[in-house]
Design a protein around this ligand. Sequence first.
Ligand SMILES: [Zn+2]
Ligand SMILES: [Zn+2]
Length: 273
Amino acid sequence: MCGTDLHLHEGGFFAAFPLTPGHESTGTVREVGAGVTHLVPGRRVAVDNASACGRCPECSRGNHLFCEHFLSLGVNAPGGFAESLLSPAHKVYPADDLPAEVAVLAEPLACAVHGMDVLALRPGADVLVVGAGTTGLLLSQLLLHGGAGRVTVAAPTPFKLELADAYGVDRVVRVTRDAAETARTLAALQPGGFDVTVDVTGAASVVATLPDLTATNGTVFVYGMCDEDARIPLSPYDVFRRQLTVKGRSRRSTAWTARSRCCAPGGCARKGS
Ligand SMILES: [Zn+2]
Ligand SMILES: [Zn+2]
């Protein structure tokens, strides 16, 4: 279960009820349909829960992630919180070499891989990640292995910071759940700001503090999902004068081959929380 499930429970993020949730699924193959040759019953697999129609205007422009008929198991179709799950065969990937507790991270890792694609990190960038849940820890590891010069992770929970430290991030900072106080702590730590500031908390109060923590010509990356009706004050003058970039990340990578290499033993991302 992840934070998205809570948004879905409250009807957000195109949830369709009645719904069996569970968008991060792993298991063993029970049966395969006619013509399926890459899977056999009993094989451990990870499931890519999302499918695009391939025909709508967004799909025809190559924007499959924004398909108008996006099918997402556990979001608008029955998901994996069940004894059995029905999935298109081409969305099911062998994961024989991974224990279940690692294979289940394939979906959140695919989100983080997509985040890296969207961010297009400049080599050597000084990055701040606020939030150290599973997603924050996965993304931090990809940032470390994807060219960041320094990765700082800020979060309130000590054991999550210990994990971040164990995964090799350069600096961990314990902060409170008070966004303004957190911002003061981080500003004092780095008066010139960070090249990239990333919100993984999904708290609009945190996102609101990021522009001031971002260095000139830097990027604010809205990775976590905030409430749909949340709004933040933003100074257009500051964005203009200091040439800031604000990026969002919705959906996730369809590059599950890259994802499985990251999950594999010796790969860059390992179990979060
Ligand atoms: Zn999730
Ligand atoms: Zn489509």
